[in-house]
Design a protein around this ligand. Structure first.
Ligand code: NDP
Length: 296
């Protein structure tokens, strides 16, 4: 029997509805409208699309969503000054600098300049540390946080399960592992992280009860790499040429969906899986930042 499809669009819609209700409640109780400011440096078209969808999502949830657009030539010091201003602005609860930034700007310096209490992307080392030690005050990066919500919402019992994560980036693989090794709901896993230097990848993936692919390699995970009955979460977003498609390309994940779904028990599609969760979790983090800012 083919795997059950985990519907990221539907789960994200539920998260966004909860966020909208929380935002309305905070406004009613404390007169505070949660606000996210996104800073976009340069004119990368993909980044412009992401930023526009974040602003739109904020507004749909009854939150303030503002974008500050800076020229690609903006000096690093000027960007840092913008962050300082936003850090000091009580109406801004979440700050996100859209990555990548132009090469003359040190991304790590930028991330470290954001007040950790407004770092709703969860990239500041303070938040990375809090997520690792299981401090509930921290902000987890939105993509792995979204994966964890998907596991819970689709009824996956994670306790005691072997979770194998493909990819060790600081935005997906590592924080994903940090979330799954905590004790509690959607966690309590035994975690393995694999990367490009891992020997015999298949031996690891075949052990996984929960397999999370975040490697950025189109359809690299094939059915023979998956344990029958495993839950497969595909974080990958890859563009592949497709002359039959209107745009000349299509988007695929890191997992070969059509074959793996014959082996897995549950699987996320691409698109329509993890992707929509990322923005939903960004909104959730922003509302939480707003609540924390007024001690609510
Ligand atoms: P990175 O390129 O930062 O990291 C990729 C990781 O995969 C690295 O750790 C790399 O290992 C590992 N890797 C690469 N090739 C192999 C291989 N053949 N075998 C095992 N491991 C391998 O990517 P990101 O974490 O930023 O993103 C991963 C994917 O997820 C991308 O497709 C990206 O577009 C997508 N993504 C999707 C999001 C969403 O909202 N759905 C959000 C963020 C990312 P090493 O460290 O050794 O180089």
């Amino acid at each position: 029997m083919p795997a059950e499809r985990i519907d990221g669009v539907a789960i994200a819609a539920r998260v966004r509805a909860t966020v909208a209700a929380d935002a309305a409640a905070l406004k009613a109780a404390r007169g505070v409208t949660p606000g996210l400011t996104v800073v976009l440096v340069g004119d990368d078209p993909a980044s412009a699309v992401y930023v526009a969808s974040k602003e739109k999502a904020c507004k749909e949830a009854g939150m303030n969503g503002e974008t500050i657009r800076l020229a690609a030539s903006t000096p690093e010091a000027e960007l840092l000054a913008v962050i300082d201003r936003l850090n000091a602005d009580a109406t801004v609860h979440g700050i996100l600098v859209q990555m990548p930034v132009p090469k003359h700007i040190d991304a790590q310096k930028v991330i470290r300049r954001i007040d950790p209490r407004k770092d709703v992307d969860g990239f500041h080392p303070v938040n990375a540390g809090k997520v690792l030690i299981g401090d509930a005050d921290g902000f987890a990066p939105c993509t792995p946080a979204g994966v964890q919500v998907m596991l819970v919402e689709s009824g996956v019992d994670t306790a005691g399960k072997e979770a194998v994560i493909l990819g060790r980036s600081t935005i997906v693989g590592k924080p994903m592992a940090a979330l799954l090794i905590q004790s509690g709901k959607g966690a309590d896993c035994t975690v393995t992280i694999c990367h490009s230097r891992t020997k015999d990848l298949k031996a690891h993936t075949r052990r996984a009860d929960i397999l999370i692919a975040a490697i950025g390699k189109p359809e690299m995970v094939t059915a023979d790499m998956v344990k029958p009955g495993a839950v497969v979460i595909d974080v990958g977003i890859n563009r592949v040429d497709d002359p039959t498609a209107k745009k000349g390309y299509r988007i695929v994940g890191d997992v070969q969906y059509d074959t793996v779904r014959e082996v897995a028990s549950k699987i996320t599609p691409v698109p329509g899986g993890v992707g929509p969760m990322t923005i939903a979790m960004l909104l959730a983090n922003t509302v939480r930042a707003a609540r924390l800012s007024v001690g609510a």
